[in-house]
Design a protein around this ligand. Structure first.
Ligand SMILES: Nc1nc2c(ncn2[C@@H]2O[C@H](COP(=O)(O)OP(=O)(O)OP(=O)(O)O)[C@@H](O)[C@H]2O)c(=O)[nH]1
Ligand SMILES: C[S@@+](CC[C@H](N)C(=O)[O-])C[C@H]1O[C@@H](n2cnc3c(N)ncnc32)[C@H](O)[C@@H]1O
Ligand code: SF4
Ligand code: SF4
Length: 328
């Protein structure tokens, strides 16, 4: 069985973007109130007294948009300085990076994944719901800032949407030729906007690989990630191409992760909502860390049974929490 040592931590459920596939404009979300969020202190207690003792050593901060969390730089610093933290990373839409990249790096963050669905400002703005103001330039500047500051690896996430940005896949892949960036193409999953999924669906990764192969050639990379991406490379390129193919392929047999929501629910699988544990309520009720550790250990033991197994039917499309609430 794969060791489960990677925790994705959602810091906040709010976001300054409204990506069509995640939290489309007009979708009525009930945001968490501030008192419902785990405080920094509670989060650090859970990490030190529950998650680290049961074997978690890799942490990813996500959201919503994690850079909107008040005090995020101090929180990064606190998690980075825990002696047991082997890997700390963050997934962001990049909008606030021009201002924050240096502080995050100085706080101890070394690895960052930034979402960039298009190289064309109009397409990008259409996908992220620009509310009358283009955001592409700021995000591009955020990527440059992250590069300049020294984040390595620097990964760019592209959710591929048929007829919207799929025609840009070869251009996006070409970014890796002379930059040491890692572009990952993600198959759209039906959490967040199931309606859009029904009408547009996803493009199988192998089809995207063939398009890139036809133009540049493609080899399977020697670099193996510790996540869901299958890694390839344009021959001679500095960076790599990752394919996250939840809909057409299946990587659940190598699943190494669980998720903690901003309000303290531990979720053993992204695509299966069963067996979640409310750690925040337990912590606030004064339940001893030893008991919480025992609950998490039990969940780890049954995780292989919970892991998503309906690959033939795809995801169910009926989820009570959206991607922005889970953290992806
Ligand atoms: N189905 C599924 N999708 C995942 C899982 N982990 C991440 N993803 C998806 O992969 C995409 C990119 O996620 P990131 O936040 O960049 O994290 P990652 O690819 O796991 O990160 P690395 O640690 O850098 O490999 C998002 O759309 C996630 O929803 C997973 O365990 N299962
Ligand atoms: C939920 S976001 C949170 C972090 C940050 N706001 C961002 O966009 O990078 C994490 C990742 O999930 C991806 N994502 C969101 N909704 C998705 C969906 N329905 N299918 C596949 N990926 C999705 C995003 O593109 C992003 O790479
Ligand atoms: S994908 Fe990220 S940036 Fe886009 S709406 Fe969801 S949380 Fe916000
Ligand atoms: S769908 Fe569930 S089991 Fe499969 S990789 Fe994602 S979190 Fe793990």
């Amino acid at each position: 069985m794969n060791p489960v040592d990677y925790l994705r931590i959602s810091l906040i459920d709010r976001c300054n973007f409204r990506c069509q596939y995640c939290m489309p404009e007009g979708s009525e979300l009930d945001y968490l109130l501030r008192e419902q969020l785990l405080t920094d202190e509670e989060l650090l207690t859970l990490l030190q007294e529950v998650f680290i003792p049961v074997g978690f050593t890799k942490f990813r901060l996500t959201g919503g948009e994690p850079l909107l969390r008040p005090g995020v730089v101090d929180l990064v610093s606190a998690i980075a300085s825990l002696p047991q933290t082997q890997d700390l990373s963050l997934t962001t839409n990049g909008f606030l990076l021009p201002k924050m990249a240096q502080d995050l790096y100085d706080a101890g963050l070394r690895r960052i994944n930034i979402s960039l669905d298009s190289l064309v400002a109009e397409t990008f703005d259409q996908i992220i719901g620009n509310r009358g103001r283009s955001r592409w330039q700021e995000v591009w500047a955020g990527i440059q800032a992250a590069h300049r500051v020294g984040f390595d690896p620097l990964k760019l996430n592209v959710v591929v949407i048929p007829d919207v940005n799929e025609q840009e896949v070869v251009d996006l892949a070409a970014l890796t030729i002379d930059r040491q960036w890692h572009i990952r193409f993600i198959e759209f999953m039906p959490i967040g906007n199931a309606d859009m999924f029904n009408t547009r669906g996803w493009v199988p990764s192998e089809e995207l690989r063939q398009r890139i192969r036809d133009v540049y050639g493609l080899t399977e990379s020697k670099v193996r990630g510790n996540g869901p991406a299958d890694v390839f490379q344009i021959p001679g390129a500095k960076g790599t191409l990752g394919f996250i193919s939840q809909m057409s392929e299946c990587f659940c047999d190598r699943c190494n992760r669980m998720r903690l929501s901003a309000d303290g629910w531990l979720r053993p699988c992204l695509l299966n909502e069963t067996n979640q544990i409310d750690l925040k309520t337990a912590l606030r009720a004064g339940i001893a860390p030893e008991q919480l550790r025992e609950q998490v250990r039990q969940l780890l033991a049954i995780k292989p049974e919970i892991n998503f197994k309906q690959r033939d039917s795809g995801a169910t499309g009926a989820y009570t929490r959206t991607m922005s609430q889970i953290g992806g």
